[in-house]
Ligand binder design. Sequence first.
Ligand SMILES: [Zn+2]
Length: 244
Amino acid sequence: MPVSYLSKRLSPYVRVAAIIVVAALLILAGARVQSWRTYGPRSRLLTLVNPWNPVSETGYTARLVEIEDGFQVDRACAESLQKMLADCRTAGRNVVITDAYRSVDDQLVLHDVRVQSLVDGGLSPEQAEMQVARTIAAPGRSEHELGLAVDIVDGENPETDKTQAETPTGQWLAANSWKYGFIQRYPDGAEEITGYDWHPWHYRYVGEDVARNIYSLGITLEEYLSLFYSDEAQVEIDQTSSYG
Ligand SMILES: [Zn+2]
Protein backbone atom coordinates (compact mmCIF):
# COMPACT_ATOMS: atom_id res chain seq x y z
CA MET A 1 0.00 0.00 0.00
CA PRO A 2 1.59 3.33 -0.99
CA VAL A 3 2.72 5.53 1.86
CA SER A 4 0.97 8.55 0.34
CA TYR A 5 -2.32 6.65 0.45
CA LEU A 6 -1.74 5.70 4.07
CA SER A 7 -0.87 9.22 5.10
CA LYS A 8 -4.03 10.53 3.44
CA ARG A 9 -6.07 8.02 5.39
CA LEU A 10 -4.60 9.06 8.76
CA SER A 11 -6.31 11.85 10.61
CA PRO A 12 -4.26 15.06 10.95
CA TYR A 13 -4.21 14.56 14.71
CA VAL A 14 -2.67 11.11 14.44
CA ARG A 15 -0.04 12.39 11.99
CA VAL A 16 0.88 15.30 14.26
CA ALA A 17 1.09 12.95 17.25
CA ALA A 18 3.29 10.54 15.27
CA ILE A 19 5.62 13.36 14.23
CA ILE A 20 5.92 14.54 17.83
CA VAL A 21 6.70 11.02 19.07
CA VAL A 22 9.34 10.45 16.37
CA ALA A 23 10.91 13.87 17.05
CA ALA A 24 11.04 13.16 20.79
CA LEU A 25 12.67 9.77 20.19
CA LEU A 26 15.26 11.33 17.88
CA ILE A 27 16.08 14.03 20.43
CA LEU A 28 16.40 11.44 23.21
CA ALA A 29 18.55 9.17 21.06
CA GLY A 30 20.78 12.09 20.08
CA ALA A 31 21.11 13.24 23.67
CA ARG A 32 21.96 9.73 24.81
CA VAL A 33 24.64 9.19 22.20
CA GLN A 34 26.10 12.60 22.94
CA SER A 35 26.10 11.86 26.64
CA TRP A 36 27.91 8.55 26.24
CA ARG A 37 30.39 9.94 23.77
CA THR A 38 31.18 12.95 25.91
CA TYR A 39 31.27 11.50 29.37
CA GLY A 40 31.68 7.75 29.39
CA PRO A 41 31.72 7.11 33.14
CA ARG A 42 29.54 9.45 35.06
CA SER A 43 31.34 12.71 35.69
CA ARG A 44 31.62 14.16 39.19
CA LEU A 45 29.79 17.15 37.72
CA LEU A 46 26.66 14.99 37.76
CA THR A 47 26.83 14.25 41.48
CA LEU A 48 23.27 14.16 42.75
CA VAL A 49 22.53 15.80 46.08
CA ASN A 50 18.95 16.30 47.18
CA PRO A 51 16.79 15.54 50.26
CA TRP A 52 17.23 11.82 49.59
CA ASN A 53 20.93 11.84 48.62
CA PRO A 54 23.29 13.38 51.18
CA VAL A 55 26.71 14.72 50.22
CA SER A 56 28.37 12.25 52.60
CA GLU A 57 27.28 9.29 50.45
CA THR A 58 28.64 10.67 47.18
CA GLY A 59 32.37 10.56 47.88
CA TYR A 60 32.54 14.06 46.42
CA THR A 61 35.21 16.52 47.51
CA ALA A 62 34.93 20.15 46.46
CA ARG A 63 38.05 21.74 44.97
CA LEU A 64 37.51 25.37 45.80
CA VAL A 65 38.63 28.55 44.14
CA GLU A 66 37.46 32.11 44.79
CA ILE A 67 35.43 33.84 42.11
CA GLU A 68 34.23 37.27 43.25
CA ASP A 69 33.14 39.06 46.44
CA GLY A 70 34.77 36.31 48.50
CA PHE A 71 32.53 33.57 47.14
CA GLN A 72 34.03 30.21 46.30
CA VAL A 73 33.04 27.48 43.82
CA ASP A 74 34.51 24.20 42.63
CA ARG A 75 37.24 25.00 40.14
CA ALA A 76 35.44 22.86 37.54
CA CYS A 77 32.82 25.58 37.06
CA ALA A 78 34.76 28.76 37.91
CA GLU A 79 35.74 29.72 34.38
CA SER A 80 32.27 29.06 32.93
CA LEU A 81 30.62 30.99 35.74
CA GLN A 82 32.87 33.99 35.27
CA LYS A 83 32.21 33.96 31.52
CA MET A 84 28.46 33.78 32.12
CA LEU A 85 28.57 36.68 34.59
CA ALA A 86 30.71 38.76 32.23
CA ASP A 87 28.37 38.15 29.28
CA CYS A 88 25.32 38.87 31.42
CA ARG A 89 26.87 42.20 32.43
CA THR A 90 27.82 42.97 28.85
CA ALA A 91 24.15 42.42 28.01
CA GLY A 92 23.34 45.25 30.44
CA ARG A 93 22.18 43.21 33.42
CA ASN A 94 23.06 44.01 37.02
CA VAL A 95 23.96 40.48 38.06
CA VAL A 96 24.98 39.68 41.65
CA ILE A 97 26.00 36.43 43.35
CA THR A 98 24.44 36.05 46.79
CA ASP A 99 25.75 32.59 47.65
CA ALA A 100 27.99 29.88 46.24
CA TYR A 101 29.92 27.19 48.13
CA ARG A 102 28.71 26.51 51.66
CA SER A 103 30.34 24.18 54.18
CA VAL A 104 28.13 21.85 56.21
CA ASP A 105 28.52 24.26 59.12
CA ASP A 106 27.42 27.21 56.95
CA GLN A 107 24.37 25.21 55.93
CA LEU A 108 23.62 24.34 59.55
CA VAL A 109 23.70 27.99 60.59
CA LEU A 110 21.56 29.10 57.62
CA HIS A 111 19.01 26.38 58.30
CA ASP A 112 18.79 26.94 62.05
CA VAL A 113 18.55 30.73 61.76
CA ARG A 114 15.60 30.38 59.36
CA VAL A 115 13.86 27.81 61.58
CA GLN A 116 14.34 30.01 64.65
CA SER A 117 12.93 33.07 62.87
CA LEU A 118 9.76 31.12 62.07
CA VAL A 119 9.52 29.82 65.65
CA ASP A 120 9.90 33.42 66.87
CA GLY A 121 7.06 34.28 64.50
CA GLY A 122 4.75 31.81 66.23
CA LEU A 123 5.19 28.45 64.48
CA SER A 124 5.92 25.29 66.43
CA PRO A 125 9.44 23.86 65.90
CA GLU A 126 7.93 21.01 63.83
CA GLN A 127 5.94 23.41 61.63
CA ALA A 128 9.00 25.62 61.20
CA GLU A 129 11.17 22.63 60.19
CA MET A 130 8.62 21.53 57.62
CA GLN A 131 8.28 24.98 56.11
CA VAL A 132 12.03 25.57 55.93
CA ALA A 133 12.57 22.17 54.30
CA ARG A 134 10.81 23.40 51.16
CA THR A 135 13.38 26.08 50.51
CA ILE A 136 16.53 25.35 52.50
CA ALA A 137 18.34 22.02 52.45
CA ALA A 138 19.12 20.25 55.69
CA PRO A 139 22.84 20.35 56.56
CA GLY A 140 24.68 17.71 54.53
CA ARG A 141 22.03 17.70 51.80
CA SER A 142 22.69 20.96 49.99
CA GLU A 143 24.21 21.16 46.52
CA HIS A 144 25.93 24.32 47.70
CA GLU A 145 28.24 21.98 49.64
CA LEU A 146 29.52 20.67 46.27
CA GLY A 147 30.66 24.11 45.13
CA LEU A 148 28.70 23.55 41.90
CA ALA A 149 25.65 25.64 42.83
CA VAL A 150 25.30 29.41 42.88
CA ASP A 151 22.52 31.77 43.86
CA ILE A 152 22.35 34.64 41.38
CA VAL A 153 20.04 37.64 41.54
CA ASP A 154 19.41 41.00 39.95
CA GLY A 155 21.08 43.86 41.81
CA GLU A 156 17.92 45.97 41.45
CA ASN A 157 15.83 43.26 43.12
CA PRO A 158 18.17 41.07 45.17
CA GLU A 159 15.40 38.92 46.65
CA THR A 160 15.75 35.15 46.61
CA ASP A 161 12.09 34.61 45.83
CA LYS A 162 9.87 34.00 42.82
CA THR A 163 10.04 37.64 41.69
CA GLN A 164 13.60 36.86 40.57
CA ALA A 165 12.13 35.13 37.50
CA GLU A 166 10.75 38.48 36.29
CA THR A 167 13.94 40.51 36.66
CA PRO A 168 16.13 41.31 33.63
CA THR A 169 18.92 39.20 35.13
CA GLY A 170 16.57 36.31 35.94
CA GLN A 171 15.22 36.29 32.40
CA TRP A 172 18.67 36.46 30.83
CA LEU A 173 19.92 33.57 32.97
CA ALA A 174 16.85 31.43 32.29
CA ALA A 175 17.40 31.85 28.54
CA ASN A 176 21.20 31.63 28.39
CA SER A 177 22.66 29.77 31.40
CA TRP A 178 22.65 26.40 29.59
CA LYS A 179 25.17 27.77 27.09
CA TYR A 180 27.66 28.03 29.96
CA GLY A 181 26.84 24.63 31.48
CA PHE A 182 24.38 25.79 34.15
CA ILE A 183 20.80 24.66 34.68
CA GLN A 184 17.98 26.14 36.70
CA ARG A 185 18.04 23.32 39.21
CA TYR A 186 14.60 23.70 40.85
CA PRO A 187 12.11 24.60 38.12
CA ASP A 188 8.50 25.59 38.58
CA GLY A 189 6.23 22.53 38.76
CA ALA A 190 8.98 20.01 39.57
CA GLU A 191 8.71 20.20 43.35
CA GLU A 192 7.85 16.53 43.75
CA ILE A 193 10.93 15.50 41.76
CA THR A 194 13.54 17.89 43.12
CA GLY A 195 12.21 18.16 46.65
CA TYR A 196 12.21 21.97 46.56
CA ASP A 197 9.98 24.85 45.60
CA TRP A 198 10.75 26.82 42.47
CA HIS A 199 14.11 28.60 42.90
CA PRO A 200 14.59 30.90 39.89
CA TRP A 201 17.81 32.20 41.45
CA HIS A 202 19.56 28.84 42.02
CA TYR A 203 21.82 27.57 39.23
CA ARG A 204 23.77 24.33 39.15
CA TYR A 205 26.75 23.50 36.95
CA VAL A 206 26.55 20.19 35.07
CA GLY A 207 28.77 20.96 32.05
CA GLU A 208 27.76 22.34 28.68
CA ASP A 209 26.65 19.13 26.94
CA VAL A 210 24.43 17.96 29.78
CA ALA A 211 23.05 21.46 30.36
CA ARG A 212 22.08 21.69 26.69
CA ASN A 213 20.29 18.34 26.87
CA ILE A 214 18.48 19.14 30.11
CA TYR A 215 17.43 22.56 28.79
CA SER A 216 16.23 21.25 25.42
CA LEU A 217 14.34 18.34 26.97
CA GLY A 218 12.86 20.58 29.68
CA ILE A 219 13.64 18.11 32.45
CA THR A 220 15.32 18.10 35.87
CA LEU A 221 18.71 16.67 36.83
CA GLU A 222 16.93 13.81 38.61
CA GLU A 223 15.05 12.93 35.41
CA TYR A 224 18.18 13.23 33.28
CA LEU A 225 20.10 10.87 35.54
CA SER A 226 17.31 8.31 35.59
CA LEU A 227 17.13 8.47 31.77
CA PHE A 228 20.84 8.08 31.10
CA TYR A 229 22.33 6.53 34.22
CA SER A 230 19.48 4.45 35.63
CA ASP A 231 21.61 1.31 35.80
CA GLU A 232 24.34 2.97 37.78
CA ALA A 233 24.45 3.52 41.54
CA GLN A 234 24.26 7.17 42.51
CA VAL A 235 27.45 6.93 44.54
CA GLU A 236 29.57 5.56 41.68
CA ILE A 237 30.99 8.77 40.31
CA ASP A 238 34.26 9.17 38.54
CA GLN A 239 36.43 11.42 40.71
CA THR A 240 39.25 11.28 38.17
CA SER A 241 37.16 12.56 35.29
CA SER A 242 38.86 15.21 33.25
CA TYR A 243 35.53 17.02 33.18
CA GLY A 244 36.02 18.44 36.61
ZN1 LIG B 1 20.86 28.00 46.16
